[in-house]
Design a binder for this molecule. Sequence first.
Ligand SMILES: N[C@@H](CCC(=O)N[C@@H](CS)C(=O)NCC(=O)O)C(=O)O
Length: 226
Amino acid sequence: MDEGKYMRLYSCAASRGLRVTWTLAELGMTDAVELVMLPFPPRAHDKGYFAVNPLGTVPALEVDGELMTESSAICQYLAENFGAGALGVAPGSAERAPFLDLLHHADATLTFPQTVYMRFALFERDKGLGEAGEAYGTWFARRLQKIDARLATREYLCAARFTIADIAIGYALYLATRIGLSHHLSPRLVEYLGQLQARAGFGAALAWEKDTAHRAGIGNLTNFLP
Ligand SMILES: N[C@@H](CCC(=O)N[C@@H](CS)C(=O)NCC(=O)O)C(=O)O
């Protein structure tokens, strides 16, 4: 690991790893982490990465002799260990239940159908499963109702403040705008996402990913996205 760093994060530009770089930027912790940007997908373009993460997925965080490969869990780990309560909702606090629910909802229920849509409707459309892919896009859209309803009476998803639940869900909404699903976002969700994207931490995370990828000679930053 580079001198002065005590965690190593492997990621690809604008992938679910953005949940992690964004959390680190919000915590002011980017200096503590060695960021390794990879071409997407690593399984095709950087086979050496299998030695780090046999799944070949990003993000992956090396910390404390362990490897974490779930974006929402990594955000929770960072918030609980380094956030001094700022980005998380502690056990026993009000709204801990929706906090955990939404943190997991982000990847398990929202990003999952998004990625199936991307695979069959975008990346591998020529394989003849485009229609099935589009159906996953619609399925994703129907699942947005839970977030939309929650935000009808709130500025942030829980605890009346910005938390990693907003980061995790915000990434799914951001991804929707990058892959041709923005027409499924209601005006309320568009406004909410705009507010999240205006945060200094979001901009800092994108810039960190971009600079690091550039220095690693990964030119096509959009290779993850169409
Ligand atoms: N549930 C995991 C999913 C990780 C994942 O599938 N990441 C995608 C990028 S966003 C990936 O690495 N895909 C490349 C592959 O599966 O080979 C998380 O939340 O981090």
